[in-house]
Design a protein around this ligand. Sequence first.
Ligand code: NAD
Ligand code: 6OD
Length: 501
Amino acid sequence: MLDTTEKPKTAAKPAVRDVRNFIAGEYVTARSGHTFDKCSPVDGALIARVSEAGEAEVDAAVKAARDALEGPWARLAPAERGEMLYTVANEINKRFDDFLEAEVADTGKPVSLARHLDIPRGAANFKVFADTVKNVSTEFFEMATPDGTGAINYAVRRPVGVVGVICPWNLPLLLMTWKVAPALACGNTVVVKPSEESPQTATLLGEVMNAAGVPKGVYNVVHGFGPGSAGEFLTRHPHVNAITFTGETRTGAAIMKSAADGARPVSLEMGGKNPAIVFADCDFEAAIDGTMRSCFANCGQVCLGTERVYVERPIFDAFVSALKERAEKLRLGRPEDSSTTMGPLISQEQRNKVLSYYRKAVEEGATVVAGGGVPEMPGDLSGGAWVEPTIWTGLPDTAAVTTEEIFGPCTHIAPFDEEDEVVRRANALDYGLAASVWTTNLARAHRVSARIEAGIVWVNSWFLRDLRTPFGGMKQSGIGREGGVHSLEFYTELKNVCIKL
Ligand code: NAD
Ligand code: 6OD
């Protein structure tokens, strides 16, 4: 898994960065002078001091966003805003290496992953939503009136106003722009609160907004934590008109309570405990490849990832041993090494959480098929948030490890015998974000995917995304759908104009 014959290397330490808030087109240090440290997940070294926004900075950011709603931004036609968002996407691509470096520094993920997923999607999000708003139409009705003159009705979409955007750390640029791009495309202004664990790419995007000519105050960033900090100040702020959030289910519930004051709408993309169902008639190699990715990509820190695999009994043993073999070949290492296929977790805190589940699995009677512990890492890597990719079998569907979201590189594999049985087991939890079904039987693929309670069901694939499609979670995995025209439901107010002729 880790090539320990390799000489321990110590990378040259880059300077510690100052990361500041971005308000009304300017980089701003918090008046209080408070900062918090951002450490590398790879080796624990301090990489940035982040200026923590207090109520004054959050207030200033919201005011800047409000003022910008009255400025040139509000007067642009959707097509003109779309042009500007294309420029934003092109500027991200021009600064591709800067975004890549910042994202990898914050998260420790392999460069190869961020190069193919995080940064390209950061740019693509702006193009997709620019196209969406350019091409959308609204309804029109003619009606009769008692005096015989008639009337016409047409619907227009208007921005909701200032949108608060609260983001997680696992795919920082991708998930932040997934919200910012539709918000801006619809004519809103935003105040973004990135995760305290991944402050850099949202900050860098401020430079891009300025370079693209986006008016000052349209895009703002405040740094800090959740309760008692920038996250709570932003979501409680009375001049924030709508809140869009990605993160844990219990945080989403807290944000919903804040949003209740002022009856503000929320869009919540939250946690999951996603099943994969592998039928004996599947393309075995494809199912192994896909399940490897869905369990271990981004060190298991993908909300759509698989933490429960159900395999039809005739292929159960073969599947477990093939997945074990592949998991043990994952190479943990420095993000920039081209041979690295798995990075560390985001932080020591997340590592403690994941390792608590590794212990719990054993206490609950699991068979540890692969991993289950902490890898020996050479040199300065020993200070990083590393855990072994882990596979368990033998637990009941009621165990903590098979019911609670862990958000690490680990999965439990269980056998099943009947289609009805596996659908029932897959649907048994309160989460409903994503699922994968592996089968070559077309009728079964339709039947099972229709019955699975999840916002997205992949058949013979995983994390294949067409950004025009609805995305979101069922049950406690989310409220609302974003993606393509579905995003307009949240980021615009639909108004009817009735004209008597
Ligand atoms: P988190 O909920 O701990 O934090 C997310 C953000 O919310 C952070 O910016 C945090 O500072 C902020 N926050 C925390 N408490 C707050 C409060 N009371 N008020 C306002 N803001 C607050 O989530 P995380 O640990 O950053 O991310 C991992 C979680 O996100 C997992 O549960 C994962 O499933 C989920 N996630 C879901 C999706 C999805 O699309 N459904 C995508 C990515 C991640
Ligand atoms: O692909 C997306 O648009 C999206 N929201 C992915 C979420 C991944 C969760 O970690």
